[in-house]
Design a protein around this ligand. Structure first.
Ligand code: SF4
Length: 289
């Protein structure tokens, strides 16, 4: 069995992460998919956030273009369109839509499913909370129940490759990055990036949306020793981050992720890049002589 000593947070690193966060929020929001959620009307942010998070894979430029096209197809009142999807879909508003390997039929299945959840629960917040276990360490039980509901609502289409990928059921062992991103947007307190729209679950139970950038930063900062990205790594990183802020462990997710997205960290030592990296003193990658 793997034995691990708990991550020991360095106060100086904590201060540096806090400073990095302050800069990153202003500098990078406009280039992040979350910006599409900020542009939505308050009453549409839950639904726009859900589908924007689901489409957040691939390069940022392609993601933003696909989100814009998708929202355009839903029209001016996306939540109303989803609530009435059974009628709206007859006009095939998504005809020809494709984002990488996810196509019109995959999104149509998810839209039917989400429309059914809105019918039954009123909001996705309630649909999530009904299956969650508030005493659990993390939102993982809630996420699994939510994924069950999404798959049930998709019916036979739940077996489609694109639908499976979009739902990213945690029972399959993946990190469920995009679902955890959606939860972060909805649950973390409003800070110019995230929205604090949901009253439940507590932000302290969120799990980090693990992508290649976070996996790299976590390894070089000692937040995780795992090599394989997956739910086990996401949980290990989240536990380490709780040592900085138990009430808000995902506080530094956005800024750490954007270090990689914008090339401020190349995922390897590059002398002129690392020279201006705010995390260089803590980076465990060996320095070339
Ligand atoms: S020191 Fe270099 S490799 Fe390490 S995190 Fe910073 S930019 Fe990335």
């Amino acid at each position: 069995m793997r034995r691990s000593t708990p991550f020991a947070p360095d106060p100086a690193l904590h201060a540096r992460l806090e400073a990095l966060r302050g800069v990153s929020v202003d500098a990078h929001r406009a280039s992040d998919p979350v910006d599409d959620v900020h542009r939505a009307a308050p009453e549409d942010r839950e639904i726009v956030g859900f589908f924007a998070a689901l489409l957040a894979f691939g390069n940022v430029k392609a993601i933003r273009a696909s989100i814009a096209t998708f929202l355009d197809r839903l029209g001016d009142t996306p939540t109303r369109a989803v609530r009435n999807w059974d009628a709206v879909r007859r006009g095939r508003p998504l005809k020809g839509f494709r984002h990488r390997w996810v196509g019109e039929e995959d999104l149509d299945a998810l839209l039917r499913s989400v429309g059914g959840l809105l019918d039954r629960f009123g909001t996705l917040e309630r649909a999530f909370a009904e299956g969650d276990s508030p005493d659990a360490e993390t939102t993982l039980p809630g996420l699994a129940a939510f994924a069950d509901r999404l798959e049930a609502g998709a019916g036979r289409d739940a077996a489609r490759r694109g639908v499976k990928f979009l739902v990213a059921h945690p029972k399959r062992g993946g990190a469920a990055k995009r679902m955890n991103l959606f939860l972060r947007w909805m649950v973390r307190p409003e800070d110019g990036i995230d929205f604090g729209l949901w009253r439940r679950p507590s932000p302290s139970r969120l799990v980090i949306p693990l992508d290649v950038h976070i996996a790299f930063q976590a390894r070089v900062l000692g937040l995780s020793r795992r090599r394989t990205p997956g739910m086990a790594m996401a949980l290990e990183i989240t536990r380490a981050l709780r040592r900085f802020d138990a009430a808000d462990p995902l506080r530094y997710d956005f800024s750490l992720c954007h270090l990689g997205i914008h090339g401020d960290c190349r995922g390897r030592r590059v002398a002129h890049v690392c020279a201006s990296c705010p995390l260089d003193p803590w980076c465990r990658l060996p320095k070339r002589r």
